[in-house]
Design a protein around this ligand. Structure first.
Ligand code: 8YV
Length: 311
């Protein structure tokens, strides 16, 4: 079966796909226009990734496309609505990465609060051995944890907070009546209340710069912002200003506005922990994601529907 892949994937997944399908990697063909002109009507199946996305134009260029299987859960780089309106089945890797993303959110909370990375640099620089003073860090247990977005990942972050005896509240466009945590209608009020604010909403137009200058000001000089969702959700310029001026206590970031570029101003700051978009990147989760990409395709060809689609 011919399978078009937008960009080269993680090697074990790419190899598995190559073994089962007649794959072509679009970003590696010599002349994309000419290739599509000659081959577009061969492809009923396509694999893409959240990180690199999928344009509406490419969907439109493939007249016989019936199924898309995406590596990743983020949909901000893909026009799923357009695919569905065009009658194309869409599968992605929701669920299998939830735990690891929530784990990293907690890792960033602890690192930013307890200064793990800053202190690691202090030790490596030799500052400890010459008796340079260490700054005291911030307690994690028992603090107020605000979660922005209460989907799979937001809820998994909330679950972990129980072990730290944190008080958890959340802000979401769809408050859940069954939720064991308190919903707050106003994001600025949640930020004001929270010691740590974790961003776990999807990216895209609806959430662009949701974490505004005002929200950061409400979080305040003792507050920490943690972002494991998308860089677009945070007004990065305002974040940098707030971190520089001390109007915000600190941040732990896994995502940025223009990845893989991280602003020099952020790199220069010690009150921010910088992670290179690694929340789902454990070996175990990568294998689980790869398995789901394969199963979504396999299931579509057997039954006409994917196993993990968007609700
Ligand atoms: C990936 C992600 O690292 O799933 C997502 O949306 O951001 C991460 O899991 C990557 O984007 C996969 O393509």
């Amino acid at each position: 079966i011919p399978l078009l892949v937008t960009d080269r994937l993680w090697a074990p997944l790419q190899n598995d796909l190559d073994a089962v399908y007649d794959t072509r990697i679009l970003s590696e063909v010599d002349n994309r226009e000419a290739f599509l002109k000659a081959n577009a009507d061969r492809y009923e199946a396509l694999v893409c990734a959240s990180r690199t996305g999928l344009s509406k134009a490419l969907i439109n260029a493939l007249p016989r496309l019936k199924v898309i299987s995406n590596f990743g859960v983020g949909l901000d780089t893909l026009d799923v609505g357009h695919a569905r309106r065009s009658g194309i089945a869409f599968g992605y890797t929701a669920g299998v990465l939830t735990d690891c993303v929530a784990d990293l959110a907690f890792g960033l909370i602890i690192d930013a609060a307890r200064r793990i990375s800053v202190n690691d640099r202090y030790v490596r620089r030799g500052d400890w051995s010459i008796g340079k003073p260490v700054r005291l860090s911030t307690r994690v247990s028992g603090k107020n944890l605000g979660i922005v977005g209460y989907g799979r990942i937001g809820q998994a972050v909330a679950e972990r907070a129980a072990g730290f005896r944190m008080d958890v509240r959340y802000h979401s466009h769809a408050p859940s009546a069954a939720a064991p945590h308190t919903h707050m209608d106003r994001l600025d009020a949640l930020a004001e209340w929270a010691d740590f604010l974790v961003v776990a909403v999807p990216g895209g137009d609806d959430t662009r710069h949701l974490i505004s200058r005002e929200v950061l000001a409400s979080l305040g000089p003792q507050g920490l912002l943690i972002n494991i969702s998308r860089g677009s959700v945070v007004d990065e310029d305002s974040l940098i200003q707030a971190l520089q001026s001390g109007d915000l206590g600190g941040a732990g970031l896994d995502v940025y506005q223009h990845e893989p570029q991280v602003p020099a101003a952020l790199i220069a700051l010690d009150n921010v922990v910088l992670s290179p978009h690694q929340a789902s990147s454990t070996l175990e989760t990568r294998y689980a994601m790869a398995g789901l990409v394969l199963r979504n395709l396999e299931s579509f060809f057997k039954t006409g529907s994917v196993v993990c689609g968007v609700d």
